[in-house]
Design a protein around this ligand. Structure first.
Ligand code: FES
Length: 303
């Protein structure tokens, strides 16, 4: 690796070994200080262990939401060069002026041309092909079929139709019965596993029946440190259900969610379009009873 020497003799390039979340942040900090950074990782991609996680302890924040902005920034940063499939062989010199020898294993694709489309994987002639498991045809009630078919027809020909279809079906049914997901899969051509993965990823979606009103108590970091756990306990006590449960009359579902985007109002709770910000434990019973009593005209407390 060539040293990048400045006029005063100091080396102006840094090597970060390990592309996990710590390595990525270190690379961004160094590059932000005007230093050329080589970010090396022995794996085929950066991201480390965090890329394999769904949520992080103790706040259950979405791991990918933490990592994705850094991945994008690193990918676009002109002063960061990513060296994947790379192992450090030798380090020579002294602190502040050293040379590192790195060996890179072959990737077998031209990285300058690869867009990550996955077409080569789908058409790989040497790959052992496994027949996909047949998903049985969806047994869907006729009136429901018509409703969902109309939604699919409205979006089928646009680019990336799956998300708007799922959003509209979710708005109409409040949850996704399994037969509906299978039907969407059959009609759109998306594999069932793909449809199911999206339907279970977003907290706005559910594959189990939910109440008419969903009380979303934000358990994101800012709300958590400002006492959202106590709010959740009080809601559970008032509604006589536990988090993620629905009242027997199917009126209210209590749910813990991650950051609802109004951290300035923490701790915050969202019901439909209504946001209750800077909520205190004392106010919880009133809000719970309002929805449990079937009255959805909740005040919008955005102040
Ligand atoms: S953490 Fe609760 S709104 Fe952001």
């Amino acid at each position: 690796m060539p040293s990048e020497t400045k006029q005063n003799g100091r080396v102006g390039a840094a090597l970060v070994v390990g592309g996990g979340i710590g390595g990525m942040q270190a690379a961004l900090d160094l590059a932000g200080g005007g230093i050329k950074v080589y970010l090396a990782d022995s794996k085929a991609s950066i991201g480390g262990v965090m890329a394999q996680l769904d949520k992080t302890f103790p706040t259950n924040d979405c791991a990918m939401c933490t990592m994705a902005p850094r991945l994008v920034e690193i990918g676009r940063h002109k002063d960061i060069e990513i060296l994947t499939l790379s192992d450090v062989e030798r380090i020579e010199g002294r602190p502040g002026n050293f040379t590192v020898t790195i060996s890179r294993r072959p990737r077998f694709v031209d990285e300058s041309k690869c867009t990550g489309c996955g077409t080569c994987v789908a058409n790989c002639p040497t790959q052992t092909r496994v027949q996909p498991v047949e998903v049985p045809a969806a047994e869907i009630e006729p009136s429901l079929r018509v409703k969902v078919a109309n939604i699919i027809a409205r979006h089928k020909n646009r680019q990336g139709p799956l998300m708007p279809i799922l959003q509209e079906v979710n708005a109409a049914l409040n949850y996704f019965p399994e037969a509906v997901l299978k039907y969407i899969s059959q009609e759109t051509g998306y594999p069932f596993t793909h449809v199911y993965r999206i339907a279970t990823f977003y907290s706005a979606f559910s594959v189990v029946p939910r109440g008419k009103y969903v009380i979303n108590v934000c358990m994101g970091t800012t709300c958590y440190v400002r006492g959202s756990e106590r709010l959740m306990d009080r809601f559970a006590e008032t509604l006589k259900i536990r988090p993620e449960e629905t009242t027997p009359d199917m009126l209210v579902t209590l749910k813990g969610v991650r950051c609802i985007g109004c951290c300035g109002l923490a701790p915050a709770v969202m019901v439909g379009d209504s946001v209750y910000g800077r909520l205190t434990v004392k106010e919880v019973a009133g809000i719970a009873k309002k929805y449990a009593g079937g009255n959805n005209h909740g005040k919008v407390n955005a102040g």
